[in-house]
Ligand binder design. Sequence first.
Ligand SMILES: [Zn+2]
Length: 250
Amino acid sequence: MPSLPLSPIRTGGKPAKLSDHRIEIDGLSFEVHRSDRRKTMQITVERSGELSIVAPSTVSTEHLVDFVEEKLLWVHTKIEEKSRLQKRAPTKEFVEGEGFLYLGKSYRLRLVEKQLVDLSLKNGRFCLRESSVHRGREVFVSWYARRAQQWFEKQVSEYANRMGVIANEVKAQDLGFRWGSFGSDGRVSFHWKAILLPPTIAQYVVVHELAHAHHPDHSAKFWIKVEQHLPDWRWRKTWLAEHGIQVEGL
Ligand SMILES: [Zn+2]
């Protein structure tokens, strides 16, 4: 992708509409998303470490660059924070006694010789068939995905009702670095990993995504909608930002 010139491109005296661009400052690369609906500029440091800016369509590139320069210290601090948290994420081994999360609780692994299914959760233990150990990750992912599908379907039907949202389809899948997404077609998706989170936090993800049916951005109105249905959303959001990364070590 070409880097954006530091002075605004002008066509016929009006600033050009820069819809899909990137600006590079101080060794950092920001993806720029412009929207007619945006009123303010906002920088986001994604969980992947990717940087993006959302801005009103009318903001000049110069103004955008000034804004980013003002926020550089904050951006660098955030990036450091994320990489520190990322390093803490453990990698799971499919051995006797290893702990695996499910809805916020850790259950120890038992390896069993005979079992009809690859994996089961019985009497507070995950039981993995010995002959399936070599594909342990795959087995766990599909178990989590099935549980996530059921759990999120139920949560969505409850909250969608209360929030006046029509959710056409619920899907648990691999969403990369996102916990959830709400499509303009009314399809709501959740990362299967969200089933590892404590229920209170996973509920926040549900309310967050459904609130996007009303407001696609993270504007003040969006957070008001979240607050209406989850008055204590703030600590849940903070918890997710600080600890959510730890559920990734599978
Ligand atoms: Zn969101």
